[in-house]
Design a protein around this ligand. Structure first.
Ligand SMILES: [Zn+2]
Length: 559
């Protein structure tokens, strides 16, 4: 099934959300025919670079462009809207980044367009191309065939060789302002026939951090609930108001020094579609909470470590915002925290920080001027982060760090006790929740009902629940019967707060248990686990390890 963003993909320059300074310039260039052949689309992920590139390609091949806009009626436009545009070649430079890939592409450039007038090459993640790949491409960029156009899309344009940048017309894509993002969310909701509360729009916008793709994904998750009217109560089943609980869990994993589990958990958050850049704020809020609590009771991290952790998270958040893969930034922060390296993490040599001061202003000399002044503005939010970061630094008292050696030893002892306790009690991927008052006869004996039957009849159980409570089915639909132990059905939930809402709340659990009895004819208890199953988790952790090794240029050594 196509996603909401695919269904409602903008079809004209005017439809693109929040990038008017870019799309207006492109439209005028198409209208007047004053076109360069190489374009650099820079900016954060998910703000419309690829969408704009596709519209540009469509406009260039349109048979009846109107004022530079594609007509969306001619054969070429229709083909493009159906994704059958032969003369639009999109290549992911993250995976095709070598000199051989470039030679193949150059070979392709030599052939005239198949259907349309012009061939458009879009290279996504262009900063991933190797130096020799760029060199191979340079000559083609210097003397391109009249029908060939190149768009390099990147989150990190400063990594692109100056010789290339100077041959491109550079466009800065911005984070989408809240007002325009709200408008986009309302537009799609309306087109989908959904009634959406203002509070829900605000929630989506606040969790998307100026990224139109994230906003559309969140709205898509809400739409999949099938509710015609989206209230804050319904929305909060899928989009929590904050991710404090998940943040606390991740920090617990760091504190328990469980490196592998913390990497897995970060991956799981990303897979669950948690917007990771705003998630850094939840992490900092949780660190702050623990810092305050440390006045009354010792925490797994010492106050000094918590202070370092907050600063580390601010730094990594900045990296994530300028376009470094947010998951990697989160995993790197976790690696430092979980390996007890917080006190050594303050030097600026951590690999990601090379990007932090390279805003367009400081490195704009070698490149042609951007389209206008607005396009060169540093995003406001980024500046805000800088401010609050230094605020935080001032707030942390130096005295706190200058502690006696004795104190330090004591703290370390406490720390290791807490850490080993945490390790014992932690079952990182799944946790079983149970409560005493449920009819828990024997959950070790042979199952009183077959798991396959429970799964087969699960939709009927959900319908029975729906007769009593209309909001619980939303959660049950995205949960899955995992096992039957004795007369207890184990349900796998995607999120911990779903488990709390159903199993942790005696009233709700009772509703589900009664519905199971009604449908399955057996008196059954309900318990739950959170997260993914062990086999998938294992496969994923293998991936993570090899990805991290790849990022650091290492190899897996079989032992
Ligand atoms: Zn057309």
């Amino acid at each position: 099934m196509p996603s909401l963003s695919q269904i409602h993909r903008p079809k004209t320059f005017a439809d693109v959300t929040g990038q008017g300074h870019v799309t207006e310039t492109l439209r005028k260039e198409v209208a007047t025919g004053t076109l360069g052949h190489a374009f650099l689309f820079c900016g954060p992920r998910g703000v419309g670079k690829t969408t704009t590139a596709r519209i540009f390609a469509k406009a260039l091949n349109c048979e009846n462009p109107k004022d530079g806009e594609p007509c969306n009626a001619c054969q070429a436009c229709v083909a493009a809207n159906e994704g059958r545009q032969l003369d639009l070649i999109e290549q992911d430079a993250a995976t095709h980044n070598g000199v051989d890939d470039m030679r193949e592409l150059i070979e392709h450039v030599r052939f005239a367009p198949l259907g349309g007038k012009r061939k458009v090459y879009v290279l996504d993640e262009a900063h991933m191309l190797t130096g020799s790949a760029w060199n191979a491409l340079l000559k083609t960029l210097e003397e391109p065939p009249p029908y060939a156009f190149f768009i390099f899309a990147t989150t990190e344009w400063h990594k692109i060789p100056a010789t290339i940048v100077s041959r491109c017309q550079r466009f800065e894509f911005k984070r989408i302002p809240d007002a325009e993002l709200s408008e986009r969310v309302r537009f799609i909701a309306k087109a989908e026939g959904m009634k959406i509360d203002d509070d829900v729009v605000r929630l989506i916008v606040s969790r998307s951090d100026g990224c139109v793709r994230d906003a559309e994904t969140l709205l898509g998750q809400l739409a999949s609930l099938g509710a015609k009217e989206l209230t804050l109560e319904t929305a909060s089943l899928v989009i929590p108001q904050g991710y404090g609980e998940l943040a606390a869990r991740l920090i617990d994993l760091w504190a328990s020094r469980d490196h592998a589990a913390s990497l897995r958990e970060a991956q799981r958050l990303a897979d669950d579609g948690i917007p990771l850049v705003p998630f850094f704020d939840d992490l900092v809020a949780e660190v702050r909470r623990r810092l305050v609590a440390s006045a009354d009771a010792p925490q797994a991290f010492t106050p000094g470590e918590l202070n370092d952790l907050a600063l580390l998270l601010f730094e990594r958040r900045k990296d994530a915002k300028v376009g470094v893969d947010a998951l990697f930034a989160l995993q790197l922060a976790g690696t430092i925290a979980a390996n007890g390296l917080l006190r050594h993490s303050r030097s600026p040599s951590v690999i990601l920080s090379e990007t932090k001061d390279l805003t367009p202003e400081t490195k704009g000399d070698s490149s042609p001027p951007a389209q206008n002044d607005k396009a060169r503005e540093v995003p406001k939010a980024q500046e805000k982060t800088k401010e609050s970061s230094s605020e935080y630094q001032i707030a942390s008292s130096e005295g706190q760090r200058a502690k006696s050696r004795e104190q330090q030893v004591k703290e370390n002892q406490e720390l290791s006790v807490v850490a080993s306790e945490a390790k014992q009690s932690q079952t990182p991927v799944a946790e079983i929740a149970s409560s005493p008052e449920a009819p828990r006869n024997d959950n070790a004996g042979s199952p009183t009902v077959d798991l396959n039957i429970v799964r087969m009849k699960w939709q009927a159980v959900i319908r029975a629940v729906d007769e009593v409570n209309h909001s619980l089915p939303f959660i049950l639909k995205i949960s899955r019967p995992e096992d039957v132990r004795g007369s207890t059905v184990i349900l796998r939930f995607q999120y911990a707060f779903h488990l709390d809402k159903i199993v942790g709340d005696p009233k709700n659990r009772h509703i589900v248990e009664q519905s199971m009895e009604k449908v399955l004819g057996e008196r059954l208890a309900l318990e739950g686990v959170v997260g993914e199953d062990a086999a998938r988790a294992e496969a994923r952790s293998q991936d993570i390890v090899s990805n991290i090794l790849k990022a650091f240029g290492g190899n897996v050594v079989e032992s």
